[in-house]
Design a protein around this ligand. Sequence first.
Ligand SMILES: NC(=O)c1ccc[n+]([C@@H]2O[C@H](COP(=O)([O-])OP(=O)(O)OC[C@H]3O[C@@H](n4cnc5c(N)ncnc54)[C@H](OP(=O)(O)O)[C@@H]3O)[C@@H](O)[C@H]2O)c1
Length: 134
Amino acid sequence: MSDRPVFPDLVAVVTGASSGIGEATAHRLAREPGAQLVLVARREERLQALAQALPCPATYVACDVTDDDAPARIRAHVEAHHHGRLTLLVNNAGASWRGTFAEGGYRLSALRAFDLFPMTHHVECVALLEKRRL
Ligand SMILES: NC(=O)c1ccc[n+]([C@@H]2O[C@H](COP(=O)([O-])OP(=O)(O)OC[C@H]3O[C@@H](n4cnc5c(N)ncnc54)[C@H](OP(=O)(O)O)[C@@H]3O)[C@@H](O)[C@H]2O)c1
């Protein structure tokens, strides 16, 4: 990704920020001028270490995004710590498996399949994004 500013003053929720693509995305977004990040995943110690390492203000919510109360918790956190302001949702949390069709049934193909779960029930975050446009 280029270093050219794309999202001035963004407040972004990044799910799956404790490793991989989400963590790399957090590092990149943190270089945007005025950025604030909300890091979401289950492994709290990794979120805490990342929040401290990033060159921008960053908070975190340690939760399983498949829990029923996760969306409300994330929304409450954004309201409490970021003035209810949200400009970007990186809805990345997920998992993938590989195996034979016999092992995995409909979830896996004989070759290789990423079973992409829409793990984040992101309706609460979308509500915050919509509010900003009013
Ligand atoms: N890498 C690829 O080649 C590739 C290709 C296609 C699609 N994808 C998809 O892209 C996404 C990221 O992939 P990646 O390679 O960066 O994977 P990864 O390194 O395993 O990262 C997955 C992230 O999602 C979080 N996560 C998983 N389940 C969660 C849950 N129930 N609640 C909250 N957080 C959860 C994990 O954090 P915790 O374990 O701390 O919760 C982790 O931060 C995944 O959805 C993956 O399926 C990846």
